[in-house]
Design a protein around this ligand. Structure first.
Ligand SMILES: Nc1ncnc2c1ncn2[C@@H]1O[C@H](COP(=O)(O)OP(=O)(O)OP(=O)(O)O)[C@@H](O)[C@H]1O
Ligand SMILES: [Mg+2]
Length: 353
């Protein structure tokens, strides 16, 4: 072998399909979620035979395949000739659509009703449910805890006849906060998605690697290092991020192989692995974030006391708003609790451990 055979040429790439590492990419199979998918499928099954389905609340930490598993089932139903004509399959992301109006409008658009302009929530609900009732429905509300109102749930449950409602959240406790009147009608069964174990993590990344990279570009120890890091962070997105960055690092050096040193460089970039970069935060937000990281798992009120002790100047209201902002940017996670009165627990992200 010549001295320069290991050099990647300018027009060559290690990536066969780089999009396969994007967080939105839906792989053809979702390994290690077979049991969970079976439980979701059995809640939907009655709907396929003209009865009312069961509702289900899926909960679990970020990056454990909740969205992927559900989207995969919807896709399977959509591709099934026997069922797809008899079903309305609707997926709503409540981070983007967070009010009853926006949600109902989105449902109308997704079931092919385009004349939503100048109509209010009630009117849209009326036409929407009429269309929905021509078939049976599977309606998914992803990130349901991001909704500012929950009336739409009550309306859909009372107006739509044959349906399964699937709700996905990071916080099981979201259900406790739900208005009693809605809760007693939704009555979802619950399904927890736990983080993957070490072998499962490695196996999932291995399959993703096959979609994304040409054969044999990864050195074994480099891949194992990235997979181990992903397992410790308990978030598959971290693994996808590391695989992509390792590949880019290798290409940067025109290397035909992804080596451990490339994966190590990628790990250094993990701090950027938030939706936004913490460098972009202003100094007061950085200060609050630091306090949260040092006191993760505390109630918001207790955190505020620590903030004040450290010469923080904001009022409690402003402090709460800043906390919401950090939550929206995915720098931290918030959890509602009922223990000792309604309050919010503020956690650092799993990736910070
Ligand atoms: N079992 C799996 N097989 C293949 N890919 C997976 C699997 N689990 C997770 N992934 C991938 O990991 C990424 C994160 O998964 P997903 O979006 O489903 O997480 P989530 O549990 O919905 O997280 P969040 O609560 O933050 O929304 C996605 O790109 C997804 O395709
Ligand atoms: Mg998700």
């Amino acid at each position: 072998m010549g001295q320069f055979d290991n050099i990647l040429k300018a027009d060559e790439s290690l990536f066969k399909q780089e999009e396969a590492l994007s967080y939105e990419y839906l792989p053809k199979v979702i390994p290690h979620r077979e049991k969970e998918q079976e439980q979701i499928a059995s809640a939907i099954r009655p709907v396929l035979t003209g009865r009312n389905g069961r509702n289900i609340l899926i909960h679990g930490p970020p990056g454990v395949g909740k969205t992927a598993a559900v989207r995969h089932l919807l896709e399977e139903l959509d591709e099934n000739d026997e069922f797809s004509d008899k079903l309305n399959l609707v997926y709503i992301n409540c981070w983007e659509k967070n009010t009853s109006f926006k949600i109902i409008e989105d449902i109308c658009n997704k079931i092919g009703y385009a004349f939503t302009q100048n109509k209010n929530t009630e009117q849209l609900l009326e036409v929407g449910s009429q269309i929905l009732n021509k078939k049976a429905s599977v309606i998914v509300f992803d990130e349901i805890d991001k909704t500012k109102e929950q009336d739409f749930l009550y309306s859909l449950i009372t107006k739509v006849s044959k349906k399964t409602i699937i709700m996905i959240t990071n916080y099981k406790s979201w259900l406790l906060d739900l208005d009693e009147r809605i809760k007693s009608r939704v009555m979802p069964e619950q399904l927890e998605f736990k983080p993957y174990n070490q072998n499962e993590t490695k196996d999932i990344l291995e399959k993703r690697k096959e979609y994304a990279f040409y054969d044999n570009v990864w050195e074994k120890d480099a891949f194992e290092y990235a997979a181990e890091k992903c397992f410790r962070m308990r978030d598959m997105r971290a693994g996808l991020f590391l695989m992509k960055e390792s590949g880019l690092e290798a290409e940067e050096e025109a290397s035909r192989k992804i080596r451990k040193k490339h994966a190590e460089k990628a790990v250094k970039k993990l701090n950027e692995f938030t939706i936004k970069n913490s460098e972009e935060l202003d100094s007061e937000l950085k200060f609050i974030l630091k306090i949260i990281k040092e006191n993760s798992g505390k109630k918001i009120g207790d955190l505020y006391k620590i903030y004040k002790k450290n010469a923080g100047e904001y009022s409690y209201k402003t402090f709460q708003r800043k906390i919401s902002k950090l939550d929206e940017g995915k720098f931290i996670t918030l959890e509602k609790t009922h223990a000792g009165g309604n309050t919010t627990i503020v956690n650092k992200k799993l990736s910070d451990f």
